[in-house]
Design a protein around this ligand. Structure first.
Ligand SMILES: *Cc1c(COP(=O)(O)O)cnc(C)c1O
Length: 427
């Protein structure tokens, strides 16, 4: 008798295993691939049906033409619909957020745009926290309005009250179809209360209309924040960042309840925004070390943030591990986040000139946008990642000329601090 483990078992006896223990094998059956311990790279566009009847049955399920029998799964058809590398990866990704289902995309923006197009239609309002990632900001303010969708921005550091304020206006309240939140916000690490937004989305819902809450969890997830546990409906990622983690790929993920992800996947099939098998394969390799990397990065960031906070040429540090106790933001951090992550922004004494002198003097940190990789990166939000934000709004969001954003990697913390020290001395 076979004693082979069920490829989707998450338990030993009746003990639930931790996500990091499942990343090497979960969802994969070696016996289907010549016993290979790792999933092979399925570089194939299409899949051969055993019989015409089988092909018909697969399509019926894939296109929702009939309900599946108990235990019946959608068979492999064509790699725009499904591919083994993506299916195994999607199963593994559900583990971290304890989600029912996941969909993988060829970029974070593909995940975000496909999800918004799935659930928004002409006449709808999307209420969103500001600042959001630059690409998302452009999608909301310049592309969705062309389809009759109205974006209404709410400043993240205005707190829950700012969201409540926005929906006092009937022309907004009656048409809200989605709340879209990015927390912590980039680059200031301002937090948005996910549970409070979920409550608001629920109050705005009524029979016949369910208002959804989508959360971009790129900065802290999937380890240090779990939006679904706080009432979010959909979690979005740029998997280019921590999940990929090596600055060598572009990818995105959407997670949530099965019925929501099924709707997103049907749009993904038609828009053609799925990830390639190669990207899926690389992400599976990355997931094996996700916890190691994110934990090491988080520890390093604490050393770096403490060093910066004590430095005379540094005016202010934006780091979740330094929130003053006894503040509402600290209480929210304790409710919502499991660790401060590894994104730090800080302001130098001075302005753009001082910030540039600092950036140009760095030796170990690379001067580059993006984040979440094994190597440490530094950039200047006002002239780089956030340069297309309206200058007045930029000031409102707290993005100044003297601000530098750091993404902390896995190098030795003493080397990171030595580099920062010599670069600050050059200012
Ligand atoms: C990078 C990023 C995105 C966009 O992801 P891509 O993979 O570059 O398309 C979206 N949201 C956040 C918070 C990001 O950092």
């Amino acid at each position: 008798m076979s004693t082979k483990r069920d490829s989707h078992s998450r338990t030993i006896g009746n003990r639930m295993m931790h996500p990091e223990s499942l990343m090497m094998g979960y969802g994969y059956r070696p016996e289907l691939s010549e016993g290979a311990i790792k999933p092979p790279l399925f570089l194939t566009s299409t899949f051969v049906f055993k019989t015409a009847e089988e092909g018909k049955a697969f399509f019926e399920l894939a296109y929702g033409l009939r309900k599946g029998a108990p235990g019946e799964e959608i068979g492999l058809i064509y790699s725009r619909l499904n591919n083994p590398d993506l299916e195994i990866l999607e199963d593994r990704l559900t583990v971290w957020d304890n989600a029912e289902a996941a969909a993988v995309f060829e970029s974070g923006m593909a995940a975000i745009s496909t999800t918004l197009l799935t659930f928004l239609k002409p006449g709808d309002v999307v209420l969103f926290s500001e600042p959001v990632y630059g690409g998302t900001d452009y999608l909301l303010k310049h592309i969705l309005p062309r389809f009759g969708i109205r974006p209404v921005g709410v400043l993240a550091h205005g707190g829950t009250a700012a969201f409540e304020q926005a929906v006092l206006d009937r022309s907004i309240r009656d048409h809200v179809a989605m709340l879209y939140v990015e927390t912590p916000a980039n680059p200031t690490n301002a937090l948005v209360d996910i549970a409070a937004c979920a409550g608001l989305a629920q109050r705005l819902s009524h029979a016949g209309k369910r208002v959804l809450l989508a959360v971009d969890n790129t900065f802290l997830g999937p380890l240090w924040q779990h939006p679904l546990q706080h009432g979010a409906d959909i979690v979005l990622y740029s998997a280019t960042k921590y999940i990929g983690g090596h600055s060598d790929l572009i990818a995105g993920v959407a997670l949530g309840a099965k019925n929501l992800v099924a709707q997103i996947k049907s749009f993904r099939t038609i828009l053609g925004t799925m990830a390639s098998p190669m990207t899926g394969w690389m992400l599976m390799r990355s997931l094996e070390t996700l916890k190691l990397r994110m934990t090491s990065q988080m520890k390093n960031a604490r050393y770096v943030a403490d060093f910066l906070a004590d430095h005379p040429k540094v005016e202010r540090v934006y780091y979740l591990g330094h929130l003053p106790p006894d503040t509402a933001e600290h209480a929210l951090y304790r409710r919502q986040c499991l660790a401060p992550g590894s994104m730090i922004s800080f302001e130098l004494v001075g302005g753009e000139e001082e910030a540039f002198r600092f950036l140009n003097a760095l030796q170990l940190f690379h001067l580059a946008v993006s984040l979440g990789g094994t190597e440490s990166l530094a950039e200047h939000p006002a002239t780089m990642t956030h340069s297309d934000v309206d200058p007045e709004e930029r000031i409102e969001m707290g993005i100044t000329e003297k601000m530098v954003r750091l993404s902390i990697g896995v190098e030795h913390p003493e080397d990171l601090i030595a580099d920062l020290e010599q670069a600050l001395a050059a200012v």
